[in-house]
Design a protein around this ligand. Structure first.
Ligand code: SF4
Length: 344
């Protein structure tokens, strides 16, 4: 496994706060009174990685547009890196969409969890959210911002994936990204209501018919590889966590005052990035060793080991029932562990 001197991609979280705080699909739990990184520090951290030629940035919340200075952050990023913004779309109107277009944002991803208001609002648990999200998508498309719809496949919306794919095309968005459900944050507490077996997930995905003029992305291995080796992530409170999907499992140090690169050299971070996966599918390893073994988050969640195979893959599943969480995970707190716990 290659060990890079610098990351290729940086995920940054301006806030953990959300205007859909009751959503069953929230991976974050915001801590009342916790200090978010100020804009000036986020810019310094961006500059630190831009100086090392990071090629892409990804901003996500919570809901990032709750930060009044979020567009300033985006404008700081776009001249330096391909910039992706993920939002629930409810705060995106024509002016915001135009500002993103003027800033040359590479892609806006908008979370829409169902093709109908009843399903979307059953999941985000906020009346009226569906229309606001649809309006946000329409505004982005009308402004000419490359727009992807994103949805987390779960037991409640599984019957609407084809309709959501068709709706994505009707709205003029370029792509539907169907994402796997991760046992993180609030979603972990609702695992019984949300989770599906791998077979049930695969049946939904395999039945989809992609309309012309729209693309389909599925976040399951092998199309979703092990990308830990090149990835960096900083949460809203200044924790270096490697990837947003490790937000409950990894902590490589604080960047509130320290340089990001100090955390990149953290021993555990190097171990996770270079994990040689036990039981990795040989076909994938033969074609791309760095990316084999699948996502480290779900591997760790279900096996408790960084070098375990990703159970969201029919080749590597090894009989893991994805509807049943391991005991240690059921009571695991949300948010990054302490540095001492993370180092074990
Ligand atoms: S945790 Fe999964 S999605 Fe995140 S960087 Fe690692 S392999 Fe990629």
């Amino acid at each position: 496994m290659i060990n890079l001197p610098v990351p290729f991609s940086l995920w940054m979280q301006p806030t953990k706060r959300s205007n859909l705080p009751r959503s069953l699909l929230a991976y974050d739990v915001s801590v009342p009174g916790a200090a978010e990184l100020p804009l000036s520090r986020m810019k310094e951290l961006l500059q630190e990685v831009f100086d090392r030629e990071v090629i892409s940035t990804f901003f996500e919340g919570g809901e990032p547009f709750l930060r009044e200075d979020f567009l300033d952050l985006v404008r700081y990023s776009t001249p330096n890196a391909f910039t992706i913004v993920r939002t629930n779309g409810t705060l995106v109107d024509r002016d915001v969409a135009k500002a993103l277009k003027d800033a040359s944002v590479g892609v806006a991803c908008v979370d829409l969890e169902g093709a109908t208001a009843s399903t979307h609002e059953a999941l985000v648990r906020t009346p009226g959210a569906y229309d606001r999200t649809i309006n946000g998508i329409r505004s982005l498309v009308a402004a000419g911002v490359p727009t992807f719809v994103t949805a987390i496949l779960n037991r409640i919306n599984a019957g609407e994936m084809q309709a959501l794919l068709d709706l994505t095309a009707d709205l003029g968005a370029e792509k539907l990204g169907i994402l796997r459900l991760y046992p993180l944050g609030v979603s972990r507490r609702h695992w019984d209501a949300l989770s599906m077996t791998l077979e049930a997930q695969t049946a939904v995905l395999d039945a989809l018919q992609t309309p012309p003029d729209v693309q389909l992305m599925r976040s399951w291995h092998p199309s979703d590889p092990n990308c830990c080796w090149q990835m960096a992530a900083i949460d809203a409170y200044g924790n270096s966590i490697g990837c947003p999907y490790l937000r409950d499992f990894a902590n490589y140090g604080s960047v509130v005052d320290a340089p990001f690169m100090d955390t990149w050299r953290n021993k555990k971070y190097i171990e996770v990035r270079s994990a040689s996966v036990e039981g990795a599918c040989t076909d994938c390893a033969a074609t791309d060793k760095n990316r084999s073994g699948g996502c480290r988050s779900t591997a760790y969640a279900f096996h408790g080991r960084w070098d375990a195979p990703d159970p969201y893959c029919s080749t590597m599943n090894q009989g893991v029932d994805l509807t049943v969480l391991p005991d240690w995970l059921v009571h695991h707190p949300a948010g990054p562990p302490s540095l001492e716990d993370a180092d074990r």
